[in-house]
Design a protein. Structure first.
Length: 314
């Protein structure tokens, strides 16, 4: 009796819900027919062998037919009953047909002479091992070189997830802590403070948690004015090395109050020379009196003292 995979799925659901035993795939009277067009939509074209293999294996595991390919269910011995041998041959030919139908025309000639599904699989497995290793190298290099650029955080992380998923398909999974480091290394400079905080953690943060934190941080950055963005705020503060109203030496106008540096210099000269009894300044003596410091103006700028009356403002 032939059963399609759709019929098997229906019977598994119905019989499982009714409490009865589910269908026995080892029943020699049942043959499982596959539909490659719908169940194996991705055809093997050479560069997608890991993806195609994952597609095939998941289907055959679900139908308990992978044992035909991995050698755990070989062809029955000649001493076996005719029914057992016939069942095995028919099921194996349907698997072989599914493989032939799911490869591209360029690859089909390599497996067209295979007599069993295992032979076809062995040929394909030998054809693509070098490509699989090169694929791993290329994917790892892509993961390490991935940069956020001008993309939003969500798009950048999705690209990283895709590369990690492809590595898992070729049996080269990425450790969670390695993935986090790759993500942090490729972020824009604006995310530097958050990246430093994540690196300082004692435990590895989960990618989902990191995604949420990065999205929130990105939203906070978008609300900040461009002039105070994290990448420019610190440098702009460091760049303010001069008073905004200061002038270079010799640029103050006649009649105006000199800049603080000039007033301070004047006061220091006044302080260094004691006042003579005649109202003039004389060279400093060892026991001379010193004038008091100039009083600050209302605007906070020191003013000049008159050398004769010792008053300010004229």
């Amino acid at each position: 009796m032939y059963l399609s995979s759709a019929q098997i799925s229906s019977r598994l659901i119905m019989e499982g819900n009714s409490g009865e035993s589910v269908i026995n795939l080892n029943d020699p009277t049942q043959i499982i027919a596959l539909n490659p067009a719908s169940q194996l939509p991705t055809k093997l074209s050479g560069g997608n062998f890991p993806t195609w293999r994952a597609q095939l294996f998941t289907l055959l595991r679900g139908l308990d037919l992978l044992r035909f390919l991995d050698g755990t269910h070989p062809e029955p011995a000649a001493t076996a009953s005719a029914d057992v041998r016939t069942h095995w041959f028919q099921q194996d030919q349907l698997l072989l047909h599914a493989i032939l139908a799911s490869v591209s025309p360029a690859i089909a000639p390599y497996v067209s002479d295979a007599a069993t599904s295992r032979q076809a699989w062995t040929i394909l497995e030998r054809m693509f091992p070098s490509q699989s290793r090169q694929r791993v190298i290329n994917l790892k290099d892509k993961l390490s070189q991935e940069k956020q650029g001008n993309r939003p955080v969500s798009v950048y992380l999705q690209a990283m997830r895709t590369t990690v998923a492809e590595l898992a398909l070729v049996n080269a999974p990425v450790a969670p802590e390695d993935l986090i480091l790759h993500v942090l290394r490729g972020l824009q400079e604006e995310f530097g403070p958050l990246a430093a905080a994540v690196r300082a953690r004692d435990t590895t943060i989960q990618l989902e948690d990191l995604h949420d934190r990065l999205v929130d941080y990105e939203a906070d950055l978008a609300r900040l004015p461009q002039s105070v963005a994290p990448t420019t705020a610190f440098s702009s503060i460091r760049g303010r090395s001069q008073h905004p109203f200061s002038r270079s030496p010799g640029q103050h106008r006649r009649g105006s109050t000199p800049p603080p540096s000039y007033a301070s210099d004047t006061y220091s000269r006044r302080e260094s020379s004691p006042r003579s009894p005649h109202g003039h300044y004389s060279p400093r003596s060892s026991q001379g009196n010193y004038s008091s410091p100039p009083a600050p103006s209302i605007l906070g700028r020191p003013q000049l003292l008159c050398q004769f009356c010792d008053k300010t403002g004229h």
